[in-house]
Design a protein around this ligand. Sequence first.
Ligand SMILES: Cc1cc2nc3c(=O)[nH]c(=O)nc-3n(C[C@H](O)[C@H](O)[C@H](O)COP(=O)(O)O)c2cc1C
Length: 201
Amino acid sequence: MPVRVLGISGSPHRHGNTETLLDAFLEGGALAGGAVEKIILKDLDYSPCRGCNACHKEGECIVKDDAIPLLEQVLSADCLAVASPIYSMGITAELKGLIDRAQYIWARKFILKSLYFTDKEIHRHKGVFISTAGLSWDNVFDAAFPAITAFFNTMGFEYYDNIIANDMDRYRGIRGHPTALADARAKGKEVVRAIERMSRD
Ligand SMILES: Cc1cc2nc3c(=O)[nH]c(=O)nc-3n(C[C@H](O)[C@H](O)[C@H](O)COP(=O)(O)O)c2cc1C
């Protein structure tokens, strides 16, 4: 079975810097034989978490919208590439909204203890964060990392790597960046091959 690579774009801007960088990663994954799929969050219909804590009792979210099938799809992916531009020094509302909705998975793991991932499963499931930012600051992505770490932890993915490109304003977009797209393509190939190797072991 091919390595399943799921890309989730949290950018509301279609075919902008972040989605283009995600596309390069997915192209690399496909070239290495992965079965890739891309989801655009802005095209889905889901609400923010209500904080009702109903999931703490049954491990199910009572809000039945597009977030649920997507989160179930995440659980069955081998590689998860989560992409968001930096908005106001963090991730977009689209992506944060989805991450919060994964609280029912968190409840299964930590409250109900009905869900458990072995270290081997986590090691085989690789999470990659893809992001772009307008500013040149080295620390411009720092506020995004904790939410991504929390999402990968909840969903049972090892945080494999970041593919991040800042200074988009100066480069006039991702296509003006000297290395980012080639690096993302190479990383897509690398991660699919790494998962394949682990599946054989
Ligand atoms: C609402 C909004 C907020 C932004 N906030 C920041 C920011 O805090 N820091 C930064 O470096 N760039 C910021 N940017 C610039 C974007 O991160 C940058 O242009 C990014 O490459 C856009 O990706 P996209 O083409 O996928 O939308 C912001 C852009 C928008 C639209």
